[in-house]
Design a protein around this ligand. Sequence first.
Ligand code: AMP
Length: 212
Amino acid sequence: MNVVLLGPPGSGKGTQAQFIVDEFGIPQISTGDMLRSAVSSGTELGIAAKKVMDAGELVSDDVILGLVEERLQKPDCIKGALFDGFPRTLLQAEGMTEIGVVVDAVVELVVSDDVVVERISGRRVHQPSGRVYHLTFHPPRIPEKDDETGEELIQRPDDTEDTVRERLSIYYRQTAPLIDHYRKSSASYFKTDGTVSVEAIGAAIRDFLRNI
Ligand code: AMP
């Protein structure tokens, strides 16, 4: 089962991805997390990507498709994968088809711009695992520490308000056309309000995915 999570930055894709991974036993493929890990290990790719990411812009389709193709060779992807933050352009969606990935289901999380900005400014991340928290809405048990490892949480450099607004405008220009693309495809499509409780969204997504 290949599932794509669609929605603007801050719509809760990362949070919901954790539930889906636990329930359906497919790995989360987050191109954002993969790029951040390349940045922190200081690879050539990471150094080049950092500038683009910090400005809230998109990394090139070729680089992203190369990363995803390599990731999909790993044995844990045998039953499919959950794509979080990928594809982000029509070219990436086409590239995905070319490498043989058939998208079975698409989940779209709908959230207004103001809510996105409010959410992102309070967002904290446990970098090694990709676990996401929010100072108000989903606080860690101990402030600024990951619940499972106790390690320090960080605020991403691209989570400032100006950069978030730039990321939103790029989302509408480059990624939102995927909504139409997938609605016209053979994938099952589920659009859901991303502003109700994390648990309610998780339950709705689970119901949808169990029945595809
Ligand atoms: P995310 O964590 O998914 O919000 O991604 C953080 C940043 O990584 C984005 O703002 C982009 O700069 C870059 N990025 C992540 N995924 C992609 C993608 N599929 N295509 C292009 N750039 C991406």
